[in-house]
Design a protein around this ligand. Sequence first.
Ligand SMILES: C[S@@+](CC[C@H](N)C(=O)[O-])C[C@H]1O[C@@H](n2cnc3c(N)ncnc32)[C@H](O)[C@@H]1O
Length: 227
Amino acid sequence: MSKGRRIGRIPNYEPTPERRARYLLHWEARHLFHTVEEFPLLTPEFLFNSSAPFVLEIGCGTGELLCQRAAAEPERNFFGIDLSRRSLYYAVHHAAEAGLPNIRFLRADVLLALPRLAPASVAEALLLFPDPNLAARHHKRRVFQPALLDALHTALAPAARLLVVSDDEALFMDMLALAEADPRYCKTHAARFLEGFEPPVRTRFQRTWERQGRAIRRFELARESRE
Ligand SMILES: C[S@@+](CC[C@H](N)C(=O)[O-])C[C@H]1O[C@@H](n2cnc3c(N)ncnc32)[C@H](O)[C@@H]1O
């Protein structure tokens, strides 16, 4: 996370082996880097023993919103990917305490794991408050990049949407410009972008940025139907 954007320590809820087996996959970066094709495809069948596409949160952090939605929408499945062990332990703790049967998490660098997203497997994709990687030399670490749009173009089911939300104006404008330059996607709204974000629960990141008076902006993409 970029310096100056840390928002306090997350408690360390190391999961029991049972909880880990139930909720958490871990794919190490060096293995992904060298042998990505040996990892399983992230299909709804593999993750949830279901044929229905799932809701994907990229960089889900502590999974507050994803767990809330999994509880409120028991007929759907939810899958969060994040790099941070401690954040995902928190997410697993939350999911296990609530007894959620329809959520799983993957600890991995999403940029390395992208090739394992299965075609038409994602019903809805969320990218909420991604790290801006402020220094220009770190921009290549940004999650919203052409490789992500390539992978999602295949992974999104036909009517699926990608929602992008950010508190960082420069990052938001860069992401928007990238999306607008990609003819495979169209926005689902007439305005160039939308102000605010009113989810059923606000994550600790959103609460912090709003307390600091930062403007929250969002845009939503669908696959272009005239391709
Ligand atoms: C600012 S936090 C936002 C977390 C969550 N979306 C929320 O709104 O509370 C950004 C998250 O993206 C994760 N992240 C950054 N780069 C990543 C990558 N390459 N792969 C997976 N997760 C990543 C970080 O670990 C962090 O949890």
